[in-house]
Design a protein around this ligand. Sequence first.
Ligand code: FES
Length: 114
Amino acid sequence: MRESEIDTRIRRIQELMIELKGRTIQKEVEAEAGLSLLDLAMKNGVDWSFSCTRGTCARCRCLVTEGMEFLEEITDEEWDRLEPEEFEEGYRLGCQAIVKENAGRITAANKTYF
Ligand code: FES
């Protein structure tokens, strides 16, 4: 295989990965449809803050800087817990942000309030 083909394949794999940045650990993980960003962080050993896992504590709040379109719609729990400006800035609740089928690259960092 030629070097350019290898580069292209590596780039395509990277486009399908999710970059999760926890409190101290950052990892590239495989996208899995139907799992939340928090599920993926826990499954892959990323130290992502959480408590309730049902959209009320906001400890799992995160800033999505890439690939918001590959996450399912904002849930009622998120509308109740976050401010409209936070959505405009790209914040979601990690326990509520579900990865869509055939997702492309997503980048998210855990940003709790405290
Ligand atoms: S873990 Fe509590 S809102 Fe997500």
